[in-house]
Design a protein around this ligand. Sequence first.
Ligand SMILES: C[S@@+](CC[C@H](N)C(=O)[O-])C[C@H]1O[C@@H](n2cnc3c(N)ncnc32)[C@H](O)[C@@H]1O
Length: 206
Amino acid sequence: MLIRDLLLYYKPGKVFDPMSGSGTCRDVCQELGIDCWSGDIHKGFDLCAPHHFYGEGRSFEPYGFDFVWIHPPYWRQKLYAADSRDLSRAATLDEFLERYALAIVHCSRMLRKGGKLAVLDMCREVSAVLHLVQCDRETALVSGESAAALVRLTAVDRRTGRTLSLRLAQFATFRDDRLVSLKAIFDSFDAVEQTLGHQIDLSAVA
Ligand SMILES: C[S@@+](CC[C@H](N)C(=O)[O-])C[C@H]1O[C@@H](n2cnc3c(N)ncnc32)[C@H](O)[C@@H]1O
């Protein structure tokens, strides 16, 4: 089990598990004798809500955990809770991505320096199809507490053997050596054309 291997490898003292679902991470922590805080929208805890993490009445002191584990929902593929704050129920993809980014920022605020954040996500689905072979930083710009990077990813489509060259732009801001926001833009249209192996004819809709 992935979470077990990660915990055995990193040996964290305290684990933050804010999208616990059926409680796999909590159960493994219990088995390994690791202190773990678990919450979920099912229990009324909204990871995307800033008031848990900032201000006088916050629920947590920052930087108190060594390891964060999240397995976020996908947008509208499976609806988890009958609660409008359930991330999978976000009204639009933009809202989903905004709230997803907040979830990541809140998790990273929980980490001590050198702590690890593990996100079990579509990488699992993507890796079934794509084999990532190279990641090159083409451009990086740093100014004060902001940074931007253009990254080229080279991957092989396992189904066709076709090599794809994908570009990803990332924009990050930091405060006190901590990540406070992260946005990424991916040219998914180009990725689809490369996957198909031909250009998409848009003349009918252009
Ligand atoms: C993919 S499942 C996690 C499964 C989990 N790893 C397990 O062992 O069962 C995603 C979880 O995120 C929870 N969730 C969705 N939106 C949330 C939010 N805003 N805050 C906290 N938890 C949320 C869902 O209720 C669901 O349990």
